[in-house]
Design a protein around this ligand. Structure first.
Ligand SMILES: [Zn+2]
Length: 179
């Protein structure tokens, strides 16, 4: 599966020295020697995948869970006031190592790190076109989450709303009865 030099695979094979913070069968968390802010750590799958689109759903999920836990540790240890959780997906997005990874960057107010890209306003026509093109593409991809669970969740939500409305009606009727 591995076709080129990969810094993260080298870490796992012991070729490259990095401080490992956590590892299990699926994910690895390592401290970076190159960091946007001190305390930055990287979460990556043990298996080599280059970009997000290649990573199996289950592994994506494991990586996101690990990123959440790792971020929690960063909050505690560095008294961070926030974390940026970054995925540089592909060369055009600044990805440096050809192995899918999630960066956890500890943040504090006034840390002078400028990750604030300024959004520009999109014209309503362009927004329409964008949404239309993406909707068509997305329709080809099928359900984003497990369809059965989604339906179940919808049904449950409906039931909850009905129950809530019933409850409210009952409550408002009951209140009217109070003199
Ligand atoms: Zn790799």
């Amino acid at each position: 599966m591995r076709t080129m030099e990969c810094e993260y695979c080298d870490i796992l094979s012991g070729k490259s020295k990095t401080q490992l913070i956590y590892e299990d069968d699926a994910v690895v968390v390592a401290a970076k020697d190159m960091a946007y802010t001190p305390g930055q750590i990287t979460v990556f799958p043990r298996k080599h995948f280059t970009i997000l689109e290649q990573v199996p759903d289950e592994v994506v999920s494991q990586c996101m869970i690990a990123a959440g836990k790792a971020s929690q540790a960063v909050f505690e240890v560095f008294q961070a006031e926030g974390t940026n959780i970054l995925i540089q997906n592909g060369l055009g997005a600044g990805q440096k190592v050809p192995h899918f990874a999630i960066e956890i960057v500890p943040r504090r107010e006034g840390d002078k790190l400028n990750l604030q890209w300024q959004p520009k306003e999109i014209s309503p026509d362009d927004l329409d076109i964008t949404a239309h093109q993406l909707s068509e593409e997305v329709a080809k991809l099928g359900n984003f989450t497990a369809p059965k669970k989604k339906e179940e969740a919808k049904e449950k939500k409906k039931e909850e709303i009905v129950e809530k409305e019933k409850g409210e009606n009952y409550l408002s009727k009951s209140l009217k009865r109070i003199p």
